[in-house]
Design a protein around this ligand. Structure first.
Ligand SMILES: O=C(O)C1=C[C@@H](OP(=O)(O)O)[C@@H](O)[C@H](O)C1
Ligand SMILES: C=C(OP(=O)(O)O)C(=O)O
Length: 424
């Protein structure tokens, strides 16, 4: 019997032949909103993502004094306005909101309470809070190193140099860099440990430059001088990580998928998919119409270090369950602090469907084994819904629990997935 509140992921019948449009990048949208709020003039953000995480970011910025309006051309974000009193920010389970907005609160004059879903109360923020305290922020937390916490803004901060351990999440570093131009003498961050998600760090630096800041980097030392930001118009790229299940589908079902609007150049981690699926035997072309991926029907095993692109792990793990040789994913210990403990969740759920998947110290080991029908629990993790959909391409009766949780980044995912297999 299907579970209540589950979705039977459709099996691929014929070869795929579809063109897919994915919504805007979560990471770019939420950075654009933060930088727009810090700007001197309103910014029109075109083609933004409209999803739970993006709405939470707009709502958080509104609490901090930056209102926004949906227009026919996109979302118009107004600059932060000063204000006092007490407000609360709902974090949901959005890492970008939990990590990027505290520095803005520290720069304002409100008392700001941060809290969200049960899952965000398990996600790390301690190194970020330590750095904000070192920069002079008045902050209360319960000592667990995760939300909830409260920041009492003092109306501005001088900035200076801080040490930061960003090994649990690159978002701590991005958070300090995004807010840095608004500190009166800028911010210098010296990284200790190795931060994951290098493309997301590059994205932060690139977007700061587009908004008029002048960040400098010398290996693990980042300096952002104070700057008055402004950018009237910013267009968000399609989310290439959201595209992951669609990109890998022809490797399992055969045929061709085209992802419209895939940028020629981008800082998004999802761009790694081009080389990952090529290594797995797919034909890949990128031209002005987008990305075209054709599957050859055979899937070799692989050893992938996904340290820089951790958010691709759930979909890649599901894909590699169908390889004809053992595979290993490494470099992603920090996924234990993502939406859920993704390594435990993937090992448990893939094993429950007959897979031979075990956790390693920093990843997953996947040995070929036939999969069967069953419930695929999703732990309130959008990317586990996408992983379940990928499994369903080859396995009848995969019941993906709570598919609506995919609305964190792609509210229309289930409809788009059916359209992939049955284009109108
Ligand atoms: O800065 C960002 O927009 C993100 C950075 C990464 O976080 P981690 O470095 O914590 O993995 C990524 O996984 C997340 O989905 C989005
Ligand atoms: C880790 C992720 O999200 P968040 O922005 O909540 O960190 C993700 O989308 O895979």
């Amino acid at each position: 019997m299907p579970e209540q509140n589950s979705w039977t992921a459709p099996v691929a019948g014929d070869k795929i032949d579809a063109t897919i449009r994915v919504p805007g990048s979560k990471s770019i949208t939420n950075r654009a909103y933060v930088l727009a709020a810090l700007s001197a003039e309103p910014t029109l953000v075109r083609d933004p993502l409209d999803s739970r995480d993006a709405r939470l970011m707009l709502a958080a910025l509104a609490e901090l004094g930056a209102t926004s309006e949906h227009t026919a051309d996109g979302v118009l974000v107004h600059p932060l306005t000063p204000g006092e009193g007490e407000v609360s920010i709902a974090l949901g389970n959005a890492g970008t909101v939990a990590r990027f907005t505290p520095a803005l609160a520290a720069l304002g004059a409100r008392t700001v309470h941060f809290d969200g879903d049960a899952a965000i109360r398990r996600r790390p923020v301690a190194p970020l809070l330590t750095a904000l305290r070192a920069l002079g922020t008045d902050l209360d937390d319960d000592g667990r190193g995760a939300p909830p916490f409260t920041i009492r803004g003092s109306g501005g901060l001088p900035g200076g140099e801080v040490e930061l351990d960003s090994s649990a999440s690159s978002q701590f570093l991005s958070a300090l860099l995004l807010a840095a131009p608004a500190f009166s003498s800028g911010v210098t961050v010296r990284l200790v440990g190795t931060a994951p998600s290098e493309p997301h760090i590059a994205m932060t630096l690139d977007m700061l430059r587009r908004f008029g800041a002048a960040p400098e980097r010398d290996r693990d030392r980042f300096h952002v001088p104070p700057a008055s930001l402004s950018l009237a118009d910013y267009t968000v790229e399609p989310d290439l990580s959201t595209a992951a299940p669609f990109v890998v589908a022809p490797l399992l079902a055969g045929g061709t998928v085209r992802i419209a609007g895939w940028p020629r150049e981008t800082t998004q981690p999802g761009d790694w998919l081009r080389s990952l699926v090529r290594e797995l035997g797919a034909e890949v072309t990128l031209d002005d119409s987008g990305l075209t991926v054709t599957g050859t029907g055979r899937l070799p095993g692989a050893r992938f270090d996904l340290h820089e692109v951790g958010e691709l792990t759930p979909v890649i793990a599901a894909l590699l369950c169908f390889a004809d040789a053992p595979s290993e994913i490494s470099g992603v210990a920090h996924l234990r602090g993502h939406e859920t403990d993704r390594l435990a969740a993937l090992a448990t759920e893939l094993t429950a469907l007959g897979g031979d998947v075990s956790e390693t110290e920093d990843g997953l080991r996947i040995t070929p084994a036939p999969l069967h029908a069953g419930v695929f629990h999703t732990y309130d993790d959008h990317r586990l819904v996408m992983a379940g959909a990928v499994l369903g391409l080859r396995v009848a009766g995969v019941e993906v629990e709570n598919p609506a949780t995919v609305g964190k980044t792609f509210p229309g995912f289930v409809e788009a997935w059916h359209a992939l297999l049955d284009p109108a």
